[in-house]
Design a protein around this ligand. Structure first.
Ligand code: PHE
Ligand code: ZN
Length: 871
């Protein structure tokens, strides 16, 4: 156990910075193991106080510290593990520091490090302090000039802003000087140096300015950046049209790197991407990859306004940039790919990640009030629930007032670091509404449970809806208040026809009510026929809704709800109940038959979008089911779900084969929504067909795998063969590996598919793969492909009753924590839900968490998550 219990940082302790830095000139003399960083800062005391100057700095080898040209003696400044202190500094002065750092041996991938022989940086949230002494907090905004010097073999020398000078130096070296005219905090600083290929394009903005666009990638990979470039141009155009936001520099650059802790980073004018979220072509990337790339390129680009031009005052305000930017990228993707399909995918992800987080010991508000390591708060709650809050705001205020609030926010806060309160105030002012009650969505953790009961009075033609809400306790928040919950709904009759009604005297097809009390009752009039209620349309709020709808009502919704989200949702609820009945040992065979028939009808609906049908065809996932079974029994869930899938496969066999045959790609591959939707449906049909791995089906899967002309189909074939198992799967894996050995992003997929294999022998194979020559714990993508995929997407094996899955994960966490705490901490989550599982399993999970927490020399990151998970 650590003896020095780390100190929590609290929102209530926020104080403005003691010193500000108006301008900075940095010089990097790059060398892989000994880089010199010289910093010349224009420092100014912030208001009147007599506090010492205290700048952050970690893992820096100090060379010299000088004020106004005079080198400070040891007595005039102290340097410890956390930074530089100057007890008595003048009110305004030039601080010059020189330090040495070692990028080559930086395996935490934070600060300046090397990836694939190239220099790159990652500074969010607190990486800049590993580069130079600095008040490393987002409310210190400065103008940066950066000079980069390196051997000429590092051909491209990049940093933020505009290139103002470059040239040759003696000894085979060269240099470049960059100036960023916009104020920015240190976390948005970036530098890249190396031999890269570049894909170039340009865009004329809404005011007629030409912006140069450059995407830098590993040599030979430029063609694979074409899709990202296309997505970038569409994002730029979309932000002009949807939010009136124009790009502000004359140059926008993206660099792809192989070793990256997260997805991508919005550094001003120089985004850095994990190569898995940038490089794609039909042969090596799946449709899901293309879709992710489109959304992440958009996300990082949109940060230019929501994140860079306006940033966060402190890290408690992280959702200010992340929730808002996710909302913006989701809106963009919906416009690109269809609103209903996008909404379903976003809600699936929200439930799988955020609802799970809310139910466990790591539950926290969208705006937390304390932390040990901010790196641990890049969570689904901050991102995805943060986006849901913005979405509700738009529903509550209406599109016009929402846009007016955004406009005011951009106008008022441009060039500043601000807070969630200041953001919400813009909407209050622009719309004239009081949002004080709404603010609780940011401060209260937990997923509200909403129940709906209804009474229809046939004689009076009235329908009474009784709503109630309750939010279960979460750590540190035992008592919850009622939240304002927008609930969109409409009515259908028993035949599935839309049914009009009157609410407040107005005839309507659909309406939104706001449930802001623990209970509320509303009466609709003019309801001519017995109604089926379609509630929470489009998932209008991030809540768990239970209704008194009977299965027959849900079948009506499944067949005919004009709200496609609820059509999909009805199918999911019906399937979920059938699986849970099987898991409890009492299958409802009559309704399983009925469900299979209903699914068959949905599949033959010619007017429906194939992408939508593909979603209809997928049963709720095992992790989703574990959230609604108490206590959760992953083995029982796996078997029950499989059994239902097998029944559906047998029942729908001819239809599935027809779909599969009828949807082959005819023309050239196109990654757009339409082509992807057809492939998704075709591959979903194959997947369900193989739930019955009879030999003719196995041969069919084999044929699909062999004939695959793109990575989407190849992976679908491989997954289908996984269901067959044995020699068929083994041979396909071997062929696949051999074909793609030299393509790291494809080899990641090869690891991941094996990590997902639920068969009994798979756990041994997964452990064995850690000794495979291509396995590399230091590369986050490779580690995630095997270890995270196993722990998050293979519940049947991860929760093996022997505890071997848990032990494997804990071993990996401890090993990785020695060099990359950020990544190690992200692996803790699957153990966090231990209280929700069967007691035998929960005890084994807990024991592994205890083993982790008791390990000497643990990082703050892992320490925080393991102890919170145990509390
Ligand atoms: N700010 C990045 C994003 O969401 C995420 C990130 C955080 C990347 C920290 C790296 C490190 O766009
Ligand atoms: Zn972001």
């Amino acid at each position: 156990m650590r003896t020095d219990t780390p100190q929590a940082i609290r929102l209530s302790d926020y104080r403005p910075p003691a010193f500000l830095i108006d301008e900075v000139a940095l010089t990097f003399d790059l060398h892989p193991t000994a880089t010199r960083v010289t910093a010349r800062l224009q420092v100014r005391r912030n208001r009147e106080h007599s506090e010492p100057l205290r700048f952050n700095g970690e893992r820096l080898k100090p060379i010299s510290v000088a004020i106004d040209g005079r080198v400070l003696s040891d007595g005039e400044r102290t340097i410890d593990d956390e930074g530089l202190t100057i007890p008595s500094a003048p009110d305004a002065f030039v601080l010059e520091t020189e330090v040495e750092i070692d990028p080559e041996n930086n395996k935490a991938l934070e600060g300046l490090y090397m990836s694939g022989g190239r220099f790159c940086t990652q500074c969010e949230a607190e990486g800049f302090r590993k580069i130079t002494f600095w008040p490393d907090r987002p409310d210190v905004l400065s103008r940066f000039t950066v000079r980069v010097e390196a051997d000429r073999s590092f051909r491209h020398l990049l940093s933020n802003g505009n290139l103002i000078e470059q040239g040759e130096l003696e000894g085979g070296r060269h240099y470049a000087v960059w100036n960023d005219p916009f104020l920015k905090p240190s976390y948005l600083f970036a530098l890249v140096a190396g031999e890269l290929d570049v894909l170039e394009d340009s865009l004329v903005t809404m005011t007629g300015r030409t912006v140069e666009l450059k995407i830098f990638v590993d040599p030979g990979m430029a063609p694979r950046a074409a899709y990202a470039m296309d997505a970038l141009k569409r994002s730029m155009r979309w932000d002009e049209e949807a939010f009136g936001r124009e790009y502000d520099l004359d140059l926008f650059m993206i660099v792809a790197v192989r070793d990256f802790n997260f997805g991508a980073m919005e550094n001003k004018g120089l985004n850095i991407f994990n190569s898995s979220l940038l490089l794609a072509d039909p042969a090596t990337a799946t449709d899901a990859d293309f879709e992710r790339i489109e959304s992440v390129v958009a996300h990082e680009y949109f940060h230019n306004w929501t994140g860079d031009r306006i940033t966060c005052r402190d890290w408690f305000q992280l959702c200010l940039k992340e929730g808002l930017t996710v909302f913006r990228d989701q809106s963009f993707s919906a416009d690109m790919r269809g609103h209903a399909v996008q909404r379903i995918k976003d809600v699936k992800a929200l439930r799988a990640r955020q609802f799970a987080e809310d139910q466990g010991p790591l539950a926290h508000p969208v705006r937390p009030s304390s932390y040990l390591k901010i790196d641990n708060f890049y969570t689904a709650t901050i991102y995805e629930k943060g986006a849901e809050i913005i979405r509700m705001l738009k529903i509550l205020l209406g599109a016009e007032a929402f846009r007016a609030g955004m406009d005011l926010y951009f106008e008022r806060w441009d060039g500043h670091a601000t807070t969630v309160e200041a953001f919400i105030k813009c909407f209050e002012e622009a719309s004239g509404s009081d949002l004080s009650h709404f603010f609780a969505w940011y401060e209260q953790a937990g997923t509200p449970r909403v129940s709906l009961e209804s009474q229809y009075d046939e004689a009076a033609k009235t329908l009474t809806l009784n709503f109630a809400q309750e939010t279960p306790p979460t750590p540190g928040q035992p008592v919850k208040q009622a939240l304002p919950i927008p609930i969109a709904f409409g009515l259908l009759d028993g035949e599935g026809r839309p049914l009009r009604f009157e609410h407040d005297g107005e005839p309507q097809d659909e309406t939104v009510i706001v449930l802001d009390q623990p209970q509320a009752s509303i009466t609709l009039t003019g309801v001519d026929r017995f109604p089926v209620i379609s509630a929470l349309r489009g998932f209008s709020a991030p809540v768990v809704l239970t209704t008194d709808l009977e299965p027959k009502d849900k079948y009506v919704l499944l067949a005919a709800d004009p709200d496609l989200f609820n059509r999909w949702e009805a199918g999911q609820e019906l399937a979920r109940d059938l699986i849970l009945r099987r898991a409890a040992g009492s299958p409802d065979e009559v309704n399983e038959e009925r469900y299979a028939d209903a699914l068959g009808r949905a599949l033959s609906d010619q007017s429906a979008d194939p992408a939508f049908k593909a979603l209809m065809l997928a049963l709720p996932s095992e992790p989703d089911l574990a959230l609604v079974m108490s206590p959760a029994d992953p083995q029982a869930i796996h078997e029950a779900r499989d059994a239902l899938r097998t029944r559906l496969s047998v029942h729908l066999e001819s239809q599935l084969r027809e779909l599969h045959n009828g949807l082959q790609d005819l023309g050239e591959f196109s990654p757009d929504a339409e082509g992807a939707g057809r492939r998704a449906l075709r591959n979903a049909a194959l997947d369900l067909l193989l739930a019955n791995p009879r030999s003719d089906n196995a041969a069919y899967a084999h044929g699909h795998f062999e004939a695959a002309g793109n990575m989407t189909d190849a992976m679908a074939g491989l997954s289908a063969l996984m269901q067959v198992g044995g020699e068929a799967f083994g041979q396909a894996l071997a062929d696949f590996y051999e074909r793609w050995t030299s393509e790291p992003l494809v080899i990641d997929k090869w690891f991941a598919v094996q990590a997902r294999d639920p068969s009994e022998t798979a756990i041994g194979r997964v452990m064995g793969l850690t000794a495979h020559p291509a396995f590399d714990t230091k590369n986050p993508n490779r580690l995630r492909a095997l270890v995270s995929t196993f722990a998050n997407f293979n519940p049947a094996r991860f929760h093996d009753p022997s505890g071997a899955g848990y032990r494997f994960l804990a071993d990996q966490i401890l090993a990785v924590d020695r060099f990359n705490p950020m990544i190690a901490a992200r692996l803790v989550d699957p153990l966090g839900g231990w209280r929700r599982y069967k007691p035998e399993l929960g005890a084994l999970m807990r024991a592994e968490l205890e083993r982790i927490a008791a390990t000497a020399g643990l990082s703050k990151n892992v320490y925080e998550l393991a102890t919170r998970a145990l509390a």
